[in-house]
Every structure is written in C-alpha cells, then in structure tokens.
Design a binder for this molecule. Structure first.
Ligand SMILES: NC(=O)C1=CN([C@@H]2O[C@H](COP(=O)(O)OP(=O)(O)OC[C@H]3O[C@@H](n4cnc5c(N)ncnc54)[C@H](OP(=O)(O)O)[C@@H]3O)[C@@H](O)[C@H]2O)C=CC1
Ligand SMILES: CCCCCCCCCCCCCCCC(=O)OCC(=O)COP(=O)(O)O
Length: 239
C-alpha cells in the first residue's frame, strides 16, 4: 500500500483532487449557470494542471479555448480530448490560440483572437507559469524579469484585455493559479515566490474592484503537484 501511494499515484490523486475542487468552486460560485456550453479559456493548456483542467472541462461540455506557445503541443491536446469523447455528453472541439505570455505586446492581439472564437469568455483560467530555483546572490536581475513576465505581467495583461467584454455582459469568472508560494516565501525560490505574491495581491485587488460588475475572481493556491514545471524551470539547482 505504501509503495502504491508513493510517487506517481499520490501525485495523480492530489492533482485530480485539485482539479475537482476547482471545478466544484466554479459550479458553486455560479449557481443556475452550469458550466455546460460555457466558454472557458485556459492558458498553459499544453501540459500539467492546464491540460488536466482542459480534460475535465471538455468532458463537462464546455466550449474551450486552449492557449500556449507551441501549436503542435496544443493540437495534440485537442486530438486527445476529441478522441476521449464518449458521446454521453455533447462536447465541442476546443479552439486554440497561440501566443507567448512573456511578450505582453502580443497579448492584446491574443485577447482579440480569443474573443473571436465564441464572441465571449465566461471563465478565464490564468494557469500558465514557469518556475525558478537559485540563491539570491547568484540570480541576475534578468531572471527576476523573465519570471515576472510570464507569471505576473502576462496574466494581468490578458485579464485586463478580456475584462471589458465581461463587464459589458455583467458576467464572468477570472481564475488564477497561484501557489502556496503566493502566501509563504521559501528559500531559493525568490523570483517564483515574488511573482506569486504579486499575483495574489493583484487578483485580490481586482476581486474587490469588479465585484460590483458581477464578476468573480478566484485565486487557487496549490501545493506541489508532479508536472513538467520543475523540469523546465528557469534556472536549475538547489534541491
Ligand atoms: N506543479 C506544481 O507543483 C505547482 C504548479 N503551480 C502553478 O500551476 C501552473 C501550471 O503549472 P504546471 O502545470 O505545474 O506546469 P507545466 O510546466 O506542466 O505547464 C506550464 C504551462 O505553461 C505554459 N507556458 C509556460 N510559459 C509560457 C509563456 N511564456 N507563454 C504561454 N504559455 C506558457 C506551458 O506551455 P508551452 O510551453 O507549450 O507554451 C505549459 O502549458 C503554474 O502557474 C504553476 O506556477 C502552483 C503550485 C504547484
Ligand atoms: C509554523 C511554521 C510552518 C511553516 C510551514 C512552511 C511550509 C512551506 C511549504 C512550502 C510549500 C511550497 C509549495 C510550492 C508549490 C509550488 O508552487 O510548486 C511549484 C514549484 O515551485 C516547483 O518548482 P521547484 O523548483 O520547487 O520544484
């Protein structure tokens, strides 16, 4: 039993529980507005948590817009999702929008493209992110900038670009995947923890500002989940 629960199985259970929790929060916060047929945008949908969210929402009959930098990886996800459709629930072939969150100049164009897919966004899940490990003395300022571009400036630019259309409809839900490290800073994660603390603060402000427009904001703060994140972190070192 101990062996079974070690490693992959436990990680998969935790990841699935996280996604289920996210799904339940969304359903609960929008009573009377089931997710079926809703338009849900997921950034970083090509792997890890974003891909798992895409799987759950696709199966629930959501109209998905999947975002990432790599068209081929996203197309593979689309193929996997469409192949997994059982027929018991009407599902939609996901749309894809390719852009780099670290290039904030292109985010407005991406937001337009996202809106063109279905003419509206019901739920935006700001999930994409990169990690970082390294001691502060050896970390060049450019590393902090790189991590902030992807984890903070990109998501807030995308959110701001999509917000007016939500406000016009007086409807929408903005979700951001932060981290426990958005609340607690641990050693050797300065850029990552700072980007997640900034994310927490920005979206808390946003919640307070846009509640009167009927738009909800949720910050999710997961603990460790085994994905590609650590393997592809910005800098390596420091276990
Ligand atoms: N795994 C964990 O333990 C935890 C993760 N989180 C957070 O969950 C979120 C998802 O991470 P996770 O699934 O683990 O990581 P993955 O590395 O598996 O996925 C990250 C995703 O982000 C996308 N991405 C990365 N950089 C950019 C960019 N510049 N522009 C657009 N897309 C980008 C990648 O797409 P592509 O490379 O194809 O463009 C990929 O789809 C992150 O915000 C992370 O901080 C929070 C707590 C714990
Ligand atoms: C009474 C004092 C209690 C102190 C408790 C401190 C607990 C600290 C827990 C820290 C948990 C961190 C969870 C991080 C989740 C996350 O975002 O993981 C993603 C990564 O950072 C992955 O990158 P890494 O380089 O860490 O593999």
């Amino acid at each position: 039993m101990e062996r079974l629960m070690g490693g992959g199985v436990l990680q998969l259970l935790l990841a699935s529980a996280g996604v289920l929790l996210l799904y339940r929060i969304l359903v609960r916060l929008r009573p009377g507005a089931p997710l079926k047929d809703a338009v849900v945008v997921i950034t970083g949908a090509s792997s890890g948590l974003g891909k798992e969210c895409a799987r759950v929402f696709h199966a629930a009959g959501v109209r998905l817009v999947l975002c990432g930098r790599d068209a081929a990886r996203l197309e593979k996800v689309v193929q996997e999702l469409t192949a997994s459709s059982t027929g018991s629930q009407k599902t939609y072939t996901p749309s894809t929008v390719i852009f780099d969150l670290a290039d904030t100049d292109t985010v407005d164009r991406a937001a337009e493209e996202i809106l063109k897919c279905y003419g509206q966004v019901d739920v935006l899940i700001n999930n994409a992110g990169i990690s970082y490990r390294g001691n502060i003395l050896d970390t060049h300022i450019s590393v902090h900038r790189d991590v902030m571009e992807t984890n903070y400036f990109g998501p807030i630019a995308l959110t701001q670009a999509l917000l007016p259309s939500m406000i016009r409809r007086r409807s929408g839900h903005i979700v951001v995947i932060s981290s426990v490290q958005g609340k607690i800073a641990i050693p050797y994660r300065s850029s990552y923890a700072a980007s997640k603390h900034a994310t927490q603060a920005y979206f808390d402000c946003l919640r307070a500002e846009i509640d009167r427009h009927g738009i909800a904001v949720t910050v999710i703060s997961p603990g460790y989940i085994r994905t590609n994140l650590s393997g592809q972190r910005c800098h390596r070192g420091w276990l």
